[in-house]
Design a binder for this molecule. Structure first.
Ligand SMILES: [Zn+2]
Length: 310
């Protein structure tokens, strides 16, 4: 399963919840694994540095005969050449020029081998790659062996844009570091681009199921069950026993997960609360709210974010 959508839409939470289903193994944001894990040795979700995590050591060995055989720069170069949002119109076409097809095959081979190795090492029935970028989903959709199924995660653009303006620490590295910040106009433009792209993907190239962050936090059982069905995973009520409530909020019991990259929530284990983050309603400056609403109006309407309180 591939988790798509713009960052700060709750994809790390969703990935962790799906990872509690029987037979489902979350991998984190594989798109960033090459640089942040392989090249920079940032921490895996288990807390170990990437190069010391047993799970990823085994995956590297099975996929490539060891990570030392890999050239992270080569993957970065291929990504720059084909896996970008502005290339999506080209990637959506049925036929591609031979030169691009060749690069695409080499590029997606790296992903295919990681997925196959992860499935072999864990015996998983389904993997979750929460790389999010629509452009990578288009690349992967050209490899039927992957059996790509895309979860299109949407969240109110105002909440997303507000989140992109806040400062979030990154515990992934030892030195003090923060997640990237974007001004609201840029976040709104990206929100449109990623969401339109994932809709196009669903019409042209792969099964896509759209879910809303707000529905997930309100009723996690319903969303998780729908996604299990979408992925062909046999899940019943007992499979959802990790979901509960602490009297105030919905909760989930999370085990350790070897997620290669993602937001800080990937390090959480034990009982965590699932609470919708609605801070933007009080804290977002009016001018930002007006700008983002105007820029994203058609899709806000389409996804049901206007006309009634969410
Ligand atoms: Zn690990």
């Amino acid at each position: 399963m591939y988790l798509g959508g713009l960052g700060r839409s709750g994809s790390t939470l969703l990935e962790r919840l799906l990872g509690e289903l029987p037979g489902v193994v979350p991998l984190g944001e594989v798109v960033h694994m090459w640089q942040r894990g392989l090249a920079e040795n940032e921490r895996c979700g288990c807390g170990q540095q990437f190069g010391r995590c047993d799970f990823w050591l085994q995956v590297g060995k099975t996929a490539f005969g060891g990570w030392d055989k890999m050239d992270a720069q080569r993957i970065a170069d291929l990504k720059a050449a084909i896996d970008r949002i502005r290339f999506i119109p080209r990637l959506a076409r049925a036929e591609l020029p031979a030169r691009i097809r060749q690069r695409l095959t080499e590029y997606t081979d790296y992903y295919l081998r990681v997925y196959q190795a992860a499935a072999e090492v864990t015996g998983a029935a389904a993997l979750v790659d929460s790389s999010k970028h629509a452009s990578l989903a288009f690349c992967l959709s050209r490899r039927p062996e992957i059996g790509l199924r895309v979860i299109h995660m949407v969240r109110d653009s105002r909440a997303v844009a507000y989140s992109w303006t806040t400062r979030v620490a990154r515990p992934d590295v030892s030195a003090e570091s923060y997640m990237t910040r974007y001004p609201p106009v840029r976040a709104a433009a990206q929100w449109n681009a990623e969401n339109y792209a994932l809709q196009l993907l669903g019409r042209r190239r792969a099964p896509v199921l759209r879910i809303r962050y707000e529905d997930l936090v309100r009723s996690p059982e319903q969303t998780v069950l729908a996604l299990a069905e979408f992925a062909g995973i046999d899940a019943d009520e007992t499979a959802l026993a990790f979901l509960g409530t602490d009297g105030y909020a919905r909760t989930a019991m999370l085990r350790e997960a070897h997620t290669a990259s993602g937001n800080p929530m990937r390090f959480a284990t034990g009982e965590v609360s699932i609470r919708g983050d609605e801070r933007w309603r009080a804290a977002m400056p009016d001018s930002h709210r007006r700008t983002v609403t105007a820029m994203t109006l058609p899709l806000l309407r389409r996804y049901g974010y206007l006309g009634r309180p969410a």
